[in-house]
Design a protein around this ligand. Structure first.
Ligand SMILES: O=C(O)CCC(=O)N[C@@H](C(=O)O)c1ccccc1
Length: 374
């Protein structure tokens, strides 16, 4: 492949409702979309990538402006130089970029666009590329922190009415036992899990252990990203399976977490781990250790949502992921929307790994855009 040029589109998408976690309340999603124009064996092809980084560095250390800078100042120039030496493939992108430390979300978006272009040129779907045989995946939904417990119960009921098969509740100190108890009492049999986004410390261990009363699938990232040993200690203090999100930034980190007993379950987010190829490696590693994985979400548009749905079709994804319908977050997606059908999201089988954005919807959502020439 030879990259010709790449457009960087910063989209501003209003959310259908405020989304509150232990670290932020979002009413809009500003997201970077890459439009990569390449020549693959004489065929002009466009690959799409989407970056999971938030506007501010409050989920991880990456943030939108930083991603744009590192992508234009380092990542793309390095790929343009590499392709002068040898044909570029998605499988070699990480190698070409490894001199740059970290910046996994930025790297993931670039690799995603190259992989999409490569698969589109080969007329292969990402699902077929992965060897996925399933045609749909169960759809879980992430429920933000609400203003009151009655409002939470109404929100949860609404999602259950839409067919979601698993509920994830955001928690934080002061909003944990009571809301979880209320949802469990209202829905004794619903698959239920919680996500703290690193809001607690080991001092809270006895308090968090009270969540064991609610038969949760897992507790996600109760402690800080770099607290692997402390998550392992907390796991000995609770029956609820320990799940990591922010801590698992690579297959190496996943191996450390598993070896330390810090994770019985892993939330795989391709953006967080540096791309879909590393995500696949983490899936394979976890499977080899009997660790369940599920696919997390970063409020992706249909571009990333399509790729996540295919990834989640792999056999080790045994728990429902945060792969909701497009209208969970957006009144109008920039792509053909994903809809929930009988509690599931269909895995795309079109060539490529992204769902192609509608040009008019993309333009309408674009706050700023510029192009980088090879
Ligand atoms: O369904 C989705 O895409 C969102 C799932 C979700 O809750 N993501 C959380 C998370 O910490 O996992 C999140 C992502 C981005 C920003 C804030 C929170």
């Amino acid at each position: 492949m030879r990259i010709r040029h790449v457009a960087l589109h910063t989209l501003d998408l209003p959310l259908v409702a405020p989304f509150t976690t232990s670290f932020s309340t979002q009413t809009h999603r500003r997201v970077l979309v890459l439009e990569l124009h390449a020549d693959v064996d004489g065929v002009e092809v466009v690959g799409w990538g989407e970056c999971g980084a938030l506007t501010e560095p409050v989920y991880s250390e990456e943030y939108l402006a930083g991603v744009i800078d590192v992508t234009t100042s380092y990542l793309l120039p390095m790929l343009f130089a590499a392709q002068e030496r040898a044909p570029l493939t998605a499988e070699t992108v990480a190698h070409h970029l490894e001199r740059i430390v970290g910046h996994r979300m930025a790297k993931a978006a670039v690799e995603m666009a190259v992989l999409d272009a490569q698969l589109r040129a080969a007329r292969v779907s990402f699902a077929d590329h992965l060897g996925v045989t399933r045609d749909r995946v169960p759809s879980g939904v992430s429920v933000g922190i609400q203003d009151s417990i009655p409002q939470l119960l109404d929100t949860v009921q609404g999602y259950l009415d839409e067919g979601y098969v698993r509920i994830k509740l955001k928690i934080k100190p002061g909003w944990d036992l009571d809301p979880v108890r209320a949802v469990r009492e209202a829905h004794p049999d619903v698959p239920l899990q919680v996500d703290a986004n690193a809001a607690y410390t080991l001092v809270d261990a006895n308090h968090l252990a009270k969540l064991d009363a609610f038969d949760l699938l897992l507790i996600e990232q109760p402690l800080a990203e770099d607290d692997l040993r402390q998550h392992a200690e907390l796991a000995t203090r609770m029956r609820t399976p320990m799940c990591l999100d922010e801590s698992v930034v690579s297959a190496t980190a996943a191996a450390d977490a598993i070896a330390l007993g810090a994770a019985q379950v892993i939330n795989i987010k391709p953006s967080r781990v540096g791309g879909y190829l590393e995500a696949r490696r983490i899936h394979d590693l976890a499977c080899a250790h009997g660790i369940a994985v599920w696919c997390g979400g970063m409020l992706e548009t249909g571009i990333g949502r399509a790729a996540n749905a295919a990834l989640a079709g792999l056999p080790g994804f045994t728990l429902p992921g945060d792969i909701s319908a497009s209208d969970r977050f957006y009144a109008e997606d920039i792509t053909e929307p994903f809809v929930i059908e009988d509690g599931h999201i269909a895995i795309p089988r079109e060539p490529g790994l992204a769902r192609v954005p509608d040009p008019d919807r993309l333009a309408a959502a674009t706050a700023s855009s510029f192009q980088v020439e090879a």
